[in-house]
Each structure stands twice: as structure tokens, then as C-alpha cells.
Ligand binder design. Sequence first.
Ligand SMILES: NC(=O)c1ccc[n+]([C@@H]2O[C@H](COP(=O)([O-])OP(=O)(O)OC[C@H]3O[C@@H](n4cnc5c(N)ncnc54)[C@H](OP(=O)(O)O)[C@@H]3O)[C@@H](O)[C@H]2O)c1
Ligand SMILES: *[C@@H]1O[C@H](CO)[C@@H](O)[C@H](O)[C@H]1NC(C)=O
Length: 401
Amino acid sequence: IMWSLCVAVMLSAASTRGLDPPRVLVVGGTGRIGTAVAVHLLQRERGARVVLAGRDKERGRRAVAEVLTEARGAAVEFSQFDYRSLSVADLAGLFRSNQVDAVVHVAGPFYGVVPTVLDASIEAGVRVYADVSDPLEYIEMATRMDQRALAAGTSAILCAGAFPGMSNVLAVEAATTLGAAPRDLNFSYFTAGLGGSGALNLEITNFGFGGGMTRVVDGRLVDSRDLPGTDLGRKTFPGLGRKEVWAWPFPECATVAKELGISGSSVAGMGTAPTIWNGLLRALVGIVPRKWWTNPLFSVGLARFSEPLVRVTDAFVGETHAMRIDVSSATSVMTVVQAHESFRRCVGQSCAEFCLDLLAHPRTGVHLPESLYRDDSARARIVDRLTSTPGTTAFQMSKSD
Ligand SMILES: NC(=O)c1ccc[n+]([C@@H]2O[C@H](COP(=O)([O-])OP(=O)(O)OC[C@H]3O[C@@H](n4cnc5c(N)ncnc54)[C@H](OP(=O)(O)O)[C@@H]3O)[C@@H](O)[C@H]2O)c1
Ligand SMILES: *[C@@H]1O[C@H](CO)[C@@H](O)[C@H](O)[C@H]1NC(C)=O
């Protein structure tokens, strides 16, 4: 009896924990972030199989070759489809026929789109879903699928990149370590140029200047149209010194602040290198009418126009990134910093780690990182993973009065 009990326990552990190497489909897997997700998945999980999905066959061929140079002998294939031209039913059919354990969605931008990839993953009963979304509207639409994900047995995580993503979890860690009622919560980021990510991210940054921003003031959510692009002062980053930071509509200053129930204010911003870009962008935001930024003619046009110059300067500034999160109480401030030699790698690694963690420890429903890792032991596990990935150059938490 003991023996069969043991076997039964082992079998059920194997099936719920997915001890078989997972098969992961990466929508947008042929892009800069996508290949970084694939490489980390394959390096971390021996025997994992990855499908890179995108619209362009040639780009697919190159992406598979690129991943194989870093993960020799790994099982990587390309699948050609345009997720935006497929119905939810067709996408679900595709996920079923590919027998995937997890779907990772990094084919942004996530502005002005509905969460069809999540919808289809739930429809197909895929075990794990992770994306690198960031607009609040998208997050709201996606979290409304929570009950369906619960019923389908799908564990889904949104905003599973570096920021938002790792930053959300580190903010909860800092607030918990502070051990007192949190007052302010500020997120400051630095990325050298594009940080190795695709040119698409220039467009996304431009769009962000026109859509307004939700932040927290005196413990209440406040929408401000004129905040994006405005100066938030200089912040000290590990190994980089003081850098300019300007406001940008990262969702975490609303979602994490709400999760932690802060009583003061929360805002998020970023800065870049070379320094001159910060001044140029802020000057442009000052003179260009807000509504132009949400017009693709302007935002995409400006991105295309500035891309060659960004490519040139990127060769000099590298792809470093750093984040700094400050959480205050009535008496002290807890500051957590993290830095990585490559933004693109860090986003990919974070996304892969969140995905692997959910495969090993399923939590059905649709979650944000801050609620999924509110629990101390779950958070300790993921913080360990996220802050020790190859290329990490700093991780530190310190308290000041
Ligand atoms: N949270 C974070 O920390 C963070 C940081 C940086 C970026 N991001 C997100 O990551 C996303 C990807 O950035 P990236 O630098 O990897 O951009 P990228 O290099 O342009 O990659 C995007 C990939 O998606 C594919 N794709 C685009 N539309 C598609 C569609 N309709 N169907 C199938 N595949 C499609 C593209 O290939 P084809 O053109 O051949 O289809 C491309 O391979 C961004 O949109 C951004 O939202 C998040
Ligand atoms: C957070 O940012 C606000 C606005 O920039 C500032 O007034 C506040 O002092 C900051 N708090 C912390 C803890 O950094």
C-alpha cells in the first residue's frame, strides 16, 4: 500500500508540475525580445522545445539560426502566422494542434489591441500564458478573462517583462521588507538607447506621450494627460551615476500602488543615453500637441526618422539597463536597485523565468506579477531567479532614514 501510495504521489506530482520538458510557443519569437526569451528557456530547461512564431519566413529562418548559435542542438522551429489576422478559434486550433504547454506573447505593440492571444490560450486550455503587455486598457481587458482562465485551467501572467514585470515584484519585496505602511512608491528606469530591443519600441515610446498617464496622488488614482515626458529629476542608478528621468505611462505606478494600498504618491519614469535624447524628447513633448503623439502618422513617422540615428548612437552607448524603486513609510525609505548589461536579454530572461515558474507552480486565473508573488515564499523563489540571470550586474536593497 505504501509503495502504490508513493507511486501515485509521484505520478500526480509529475503531471501537475509538468516534469516533462515543456513545449513553448513564442508569438513574436522572431523579434529581439522573442529570441532572448527562447535562448533563456532553452538554457534553463534542458530538453525544452520552442516554436518561434512570426509573419515573415526569412526573419523566422534567421531567428532559428540565431537561437541555435546560443543553444546548440536545441529543439527550435519556426511557425508562420499573423495572429492579428486569425480568429480566436483559429488561433486556439493552432495552439491545440501544436500541443503547446505554454504560450508566450511578445509581439507588441499592445496599444489599441484586444487580448486575442490570451483569449485563444484559454480557449485551447493551454496550461501557461505570459505576455509583456503594458497599457492599462489592455490589462483591464485581460483581467476580465480571469474566471474563464480559472475554469479552463490556464495560469496567465501579464506584464511579465523587466519593467513592468520584475520591477513589480521588486516593489512588493521592498515594501514588505520596509515593514511599515507604505506611503510613496516611485519607479525609475534607465535604458541605453533601445537597449537592444527592436525599433518598434521607439514607436511605443512616442505613443506613450499622447495617451495620458494614470498615477497615484494622496492614495488615489489620478489621470493626467500632460504628465508623460515631463521631468522627474535626476536619480542615482547602480554603476551609472545620476541620470535624468521623465514620466512615461508605465502601468505599475497604478497597479502595484493599488495592490500595496499606498497612502501617498506613485509615479514612474525613464531616461536614456546619450543624454541629449532626454532633452530632445522633453523639448518635443513641450511643443508638439498631445494628440499628435497618438497619431501613427506622427509617432511612427518620427520613429522611422530617428531610427538610423538611434542605431548609430546605440553602437556607442551599449544596451545596459537599470531600475530603481523607492518605497517610503512615515519614517524611512527602502530602495531596491537592479542592473543588467542588456535590456533586451533581461526582458527575455524575466519573461522566460515567469513562464517556467508558472509551469512548475501553476496558479490558474489571470494575474499581474504583484498579486501572483504577494506570497512571501513564492516571491522569494522568483526574486532569486530574476536577479541572478546571466548578465545581471547589480541587485541591492538598502534602507535610509
Ligand atoms: N515589459 C518590458 O520590459 C518590455 C520591454 C521591451 C519591450 N517590450 C515589448 O516587447 C515587444 C517586442 O519587442 P521587440 O524589441 O522584440 O520587437 P521586434 O524585434 O520588432 O519583435 C516583434 C516580433 O513580433 C513579430 N510580430 C509582429 N506582429 C506580428 C503578428 N501580427 N503576428 C505574428 N508575429 C508578429 C515580428 O515578426 P514579423 O514582423 O515577421 O511578424 C517580430 O519578430 C514590444 O512590442 C514591447 O511591447 C516589453
Ligand atoms: C516620489 O515621487 C514624488 C514625485 O516626484 C516625490 O514628491 C516623492 O518625494 C517621491 N518619493 C520617494 C519615496 O521617492
